[in-house]
Design a protein around this ligand. Structure first.
Ligand SMILES: Cc1cc2nc3c(=O)[nH]c(=O)nc-3n(C[C@H](O)[C@H](O)[C@H](O)COP(=O)(O)OP(=O)(O)OC[C@H]3O[C@@H](n4cnc5c(N)ncnc54)[C@H](O)[C@@H]3O)c2cc1C
Ligand code: FES
Length: 314
């Protein structure tokens, strides 16, 4: 993890569905199992890397289970694979178990809700470059916006296992408490500012929750919560690192804060991805060229999705 990690052994693999648990109105955790060559390859999957999932042959849920705002798009054919990160990876003996935290937003994710134990799914991966950990950092701040939770939950696990001396704190934000993709009891979250989210607490990591409407935790943007927290921090910027995953607007603000406080920062950029393997050029990210005023376009799927924030033109 100290080096940038790439998708050296990517391939097409078949995964068996173990569970598909609904967390909230729109959130699910899909548990998958790889055996054989897939188990070996995905045992080394890095936080922030992603896979392309094929759900073209997966059934839609019954009409009454389709949210009203998705009725019109639900019938659309899902020809292209869809990109997803893993929120958990566990290698045991000759199997690798992974989980995808997903939000139902359109025809593919709607179909994913009908996957059940025993089904199998075709997966291309591992793809892209994940997060990396530069030497000499003492504190890592994980900044989650909405569905950005998955890869940072995975990163939290890696920190606990491989970097026991790193102090890690998670900041999780969403518009409202109902849009926080966690299993914690929402009434408990809303009563406490420094509520410890179970998904991070299980790795011994403290978490702070922020909601735009004040329905849980800090009332305001997660980036305001981060700024306020940093204002009280005693550690020099060079000893810290920020990892961000969430909507682009949030990442842009995280990048600003990091620049202002002279903290290294990595962001996982989300782009619409048609192929996921560098062929279609649909996922371009404008990046600065070091030491010049020029910019170049890099591919989110191949060069990212994780970039140093100072590199990205938001
Ligand atoms: C590298 C990467 C990792 C991802 N990891 C996860 C994850 O762990 N969990 C998860 O729930 N989702 C993740 N996504 C987003 C996920 O791929 C989309 O939600 C999914 O493709 C939607 O498919 P759909 O057919 O259900 O909806 P679509 O009809 O394809 O999309 C519905 C709406 O969602 C928005 N949208 C879809 N894809 C993206 C995108 N890539 N960036 C910004 N907006 C988008 C668009 O506004 C679109 O109109 C990831 C995306 C990328 C690029
Ligand atoms: S998604 Fe096709 S080139 Fe990146």
């Amino acid at each position: 993890m100290s080096e940038k990690c790439s998708a050296a052994n990517k391939g097409i693999f078949c995964a068996a569905v173990r569970a598909n648990k609904q967390l909230g109105q729109r959130f699910y955790r899909l548990g998958l199992e790889f055996s054989g060559a897939g188990a070996e390859v995905f045992a080394n999957f890095k936080p922030g890397q992603f896979v392309e999932l094929d759900v073209s042959g997966t059934a839609l849920p019954p009409a009454e289970a389709i949210p009203e705002d998705l009725v019109d798009v639900s019938g659309r054919k899902v020809l292209l694979r869809r990109p997803f990160s893993f929120c958990d990876v566990t290698a045991k003996k000759n199997k690798t178990f992974v989980e995808i935290l997903y939000c139902v937003v359109g025809p593919a994710t709607l179909r994913m809700t009908t996957l059940a134990a025993g089904d199998s799914v075709s997966i291309i991966g591992p793809l892209g470059n994940g997060f990396w950990v530069p030497e000499s950092k003492k504190r890592a701040l994980l900044v989650v916006g909405g569905m950005g939770a998955g890869p940072l939950e995975h990163l939290a696990k890696v920190f606990t296992a491989d970097y026991p001396d790193m102090e890690v704190i998670a900041f999780a934000g969403a518009k409202t408490v109902k849009e926080l993709p966690f299993e914690a009891r929402l009434d408990e979250i809303s009563q406490q500012l420094g509520f410890s989210l179970g998904e991070f607490a299980k790795y011994g990591i403290e978490s702070l929750v922020a909601t735009d409407d004040g329905s849980a935790g800090f009332a305001g943007l997660v980036t305001d919560c981060l700024s306020e927290w940093l204002g009280k921090s005693d550690l020099a910027g060079e000893n810290m690192i920020i990892y961000g995953c969430g909507p682009e607007q949030m990442l842009a603000q995280v990048a600003e804060i990091a620049k202002d406080k002279k903290i290294d920062c990595q962001v996982s950029m989300e782009r619409m991805m048609a192929c996921g393997i560098g062929v279609c050029q649909s996922c371009a990210v404008e990046c600065r060229v070091a030491g010049s005023n020029e910019t170049v376009y890099k591919l989110c799927c191949e060069d990212g999705p994780v970039f140093e924030s100072r590199e990205v033109v938001f």
